[in-house]
Design a protein around this ligand. Sequence first.
Ligand code: OAD
Length: 247
Amino acid sequence: MINRAIELVRRSVRPLVFTGAGMSRESGMRTFRGDDGLWKEYRPEQLSSIAGLRSDPGVVWDWYKMRLMTGEGVEPHAGYHALTCLQNEKGELPVITQNVDGLHKLAGQTDVLEIHGSMRTASCLEKCGFSTGLTPELLHGAPTPPVCPSCGAVLRPDIVLFGEPLPPKIISRSYELAEDCDLIIVVGTSVQVWPAAGIPFAALENGAIVIEINPAQTELPQSESVISLRRKAGEILPLLAGLKGKV
Ligand code: OAD
């Protein structure tokens, strides 16, 4: 199965990548669902929602500071570097990610669509126009919640919170890419959170082949057009990119 997948990637002329939290698992980031998932321990409706941020910004920021500090020093693993090589080789390989950790860009990838935003920057909750990088000073030194130096409102991490729409231009380009691609590599996502989850289905409905990399079964169907490789991203992506011998 892996050899067929390698050949399909090699031959693809309009490939696309779609990633989720499992893509960063081998870099040390936690996933959301599953046995050691964040949502087993924390409540998304309080910690990752616009209503929670407005009603209790201190609690929400404590949580993001914890996640950001956990993410400090986190480096892209071999699977990320393999994707960068593949992108360079193909010339064009858009990467749609649900992740907010910024690792695709850190690995040197371009044309990265962060559909759930980024936790590497923050901006004014009241939209006065202030925005800043989430620097170590802001994380370690500032009061919680951090406030906007320009207007005094609370700052917010630049991620999409539950209760907010996805960035319209990014989501519409993502669907256009999905409808036009001939192959989509789906890595480390449970394919459960919509509208992002619709992206591989849109590709499939428009005739693309899906190559899924995930040790666990997901919502994607079992069909001729779906190749499910039940192993880890860091093991499989270097093979798909042709960086290691076939198996
Ligand atoms: P999930 O936590 O739902 O799913 C992670 C998937 O990664 C699971 O299917 C795991 O089996 C798989 N996985 C774990 N380790 C892996 C590895 N080493 N290699 C490959 N796969 C691995 O994460 P997402 O699907 O990304 O939304 O979750 C989607 C959204 O739900 C997130 O973006 C976040 C969350 O609520 C927002 O914050 C808006």
